[in-house]
Structures are given as C-alpha cells and as structure tokens.
Design a protein around this ligand. Structure first.
Ligand SMILES: Nc1ncnc2c1ncn2[C@@H]1O[C@H](COP(=O)(O)OP(=O)(O)OP(=O)(O)O)[C@@H](O)[C@H]1O
Ligand SMILES: [Mg+2]
Length: 278
C-alpha cells in the first residue's frame, strides 16, 4: 500500500472578494521511503500542496491519507524543513537538535533514561550532518549551509517517517547546495524516511528525486509525473549524462510553456510591457 495518497485533492482560498481556486484534482500516491520532488514555476501552489500534506493548511475537497489515516492536522510523523533555517538563536546547536525532546520532557514527564537515549540520537544526528565539532556553537556562529544542516537534524530528531522540505536549499550558494544534495540523499538512505521536496530548480529536482512531479499554475495541478531514469545512488557526474540532460530539458520546456516565457528576451519584453503600463 502507498504511504501517502492524494485523491482528487483541491483547495479554494476563501478570499472576501471572490474565492480563488488554488489547487485542483491532485491525484498522487507516494511510496514508503520514496524521494519525490515537486517542481514548477513560481505560484503554481507547490508550497500550499506541501503544507496540506503537513497538515498546516486544509484541503477544501478530496481525500488525503498517510499510512491509511486522514491528514487533518500536523503530526510528529511529518516533519517540515523550510527555506529559512528558523533555528532558535538562544540555543546551542545540540540544544536546537534536542529541542522537540526537551518540550516532550516538559509535557510528558519522560524518565531520565529516555532523555539520555535522546541525547544519543542527537549526537548521532550531529555526526551524520558532519557538525560534531560545533556542537556547542550558536546559530549566528554558523554559515547558512551549516544552519540548514542543523535544521534538518532537528527535524529528524523525532524519527518522522516523512520529511517535507520547502526549497530548503534556496538560500544557499551553488557549491554548498551540491554538498547539501549529497547529504540529503545520504540521510534518505540511512534514515529511510519518505521525502517530499519542493523546489523551482529543475536540476535539483531531477538530481534528488526518484520521481519528479511537475506542477502547473492557475489553478495549481499536477501536469505530469516523471520517473527519473538514473541509478538509485546518485553522483554529481550523472548531471552530465544524456538521460539527466534530456529530462531536465523536457521539464524546463514544459515549465516555460506554462509561463508563456520561452526565452530571457521574452521575459525582458514582458517586464518592459509591465513597466510601460505603470
Ligand atoms: N492563504 C492564502 N490566501 C490566499 N491566497 C493564497 C494563500 N496562500 C497562498 N496564496 C496564493 O496562492 C498562490 C500560490 O501559492 P504557493 O506559495 O503555494 O505557490 P508556490 O508554487 O510555492 O510559489 P513559489 O515558487 O513562489 O514559492 C500565490 O499566488 C499566493 O498568492
Ligand atoms: Mg513556495
């Protein structure tokens, strides 16, 4: 059975003027331990779809289940990582990672052995993300890439079965992004989480995903789903392979169709038009 099933999921934003259909007829089944990337032009409702899966936003139609249970609220089984690292600046790296566990201790009166076991997990995660040396540093002492690694470890702390990522590497430079790509693939293998990863970067979507879901706007819908024809274990040199380049080109062409912009010159012309209308 699939882990996640979207069945005719739709969303209408209840604006006071007129309701805006944002998302229509989303049908998608995601397998356990799959790595799915969602890609599409800005505004095609990728983040909203991910937030519905996280339980942070309500669908207005259709059915959505995770492990057979309807999703109507956030759950510890689905952890989210955002573009902005949102670490707690007053906590050290290790305490940021342990934060959810500390909250749980306050709420549920856990025993000291539970807390110790959690510390072991936090250290293992710190090791996994390669930041043992900065265990006691504070977020403002770390680079953006390091902060995002801590945010990922924090999300993994409660052993979520799903990791939902919304453009998590969007603010990083291209070299750091490559490192993060290989790290997240490594984490996916080791932790065996199911990952749904939103991006507008087609290269990133193809490199990371086992399947790439292409979304289109007005209203947001799934245009097509591509199985990535690359081996399970990805290496950076695969980006130069023919299957990789072909798939990237095909997806880019579809995105350009949906935005009506085919070249950079088109984009400039559109900008000029908009400026002259002001
Ligand atoms: N709560 C809301 N009420 C009304 N409109 C909304 C709401 N949330 C999002 N929207 C609109 O829905 C559209 C798509 O939103 P969303 O952020 O999901 O798209 P996206 O594909 O993630 O875009 P981007 O690539 O820019 O992040 C936007 O035009 C936005 O203005
Ligand atoms: Mg978004």
């Amino acid at each position: 059975m699939s882990k996640v099933i979207f069945k005719n999921v739709g969303k209408i934003f209840p604006l006071s003027t007129s309701p805006v259909p944002a998302l229509e007829n989303v049908n998608l089944a995601i397998d356990d331990n799959e790595f799915v990337t969602l890609v599409g032009a800005s505004g095609c409702v990728k983040s909203t779809l991910l937030r519905i899966l996280a339980g942070l936003e309500y669908r207005t139609s259709g059915e959505l289940t995770c492990d057979g249970h309807p999703i109507n609220a956030p759950g510890a089984d689905r952890a989210m990582v955002f573009q902005h690292y949102s670490l707690y600046p007053w906590l050290s790296v290790i305490d940021n990672i342990k934060f959810s566990r500390l909250l749980k201790v306050n709420r549920e009166d856990l025993s000291s052995s539970d807390v110790e076991a959690a510390s072991g997990r936090a250290d293992a995660l710190l090791n996994l993300i390669g930041l043992s040396k900065v265990r006691d540093a504070y977020p403002n002492q770390l680079s953006g890439g390091m902060q995002q690694r801590v945010a990922i470890a924090r999300a993994l702390m409660g052993r979520p079965s799903m990791l939902l990522m919304d453009e998590p590497f969007g603010a990083l430079d291209s070299q750091t992004r490559e490192v993060m790509h290989d790290l997240i693939l490594h984490i996916h293998r080791i932790e065996k989480t199911t990952i749904v990863f939103v991006t507008h970067d087609v290269e990133e979507a193809v490199y990371l995903g086992q399947r790439v879901v292409l979304m289109q706007p007005r209203p947001g819908h799934i245009h097509s789903i591509f199985t990535v024809p690359l081996p399970e274990r990805r290496t950076q040199d695969m980006k130069h392979s023919e299957p990789f380049r072909q798939l990237r080109a095909e997806i880019l062409a579809r995105i350009r169709e949906s935005t009506g912009i085919t070249t950079d010159l088109d984009m400039l012309e559109q900008l000029n038009l908009q400026t002259s209308e002001l």
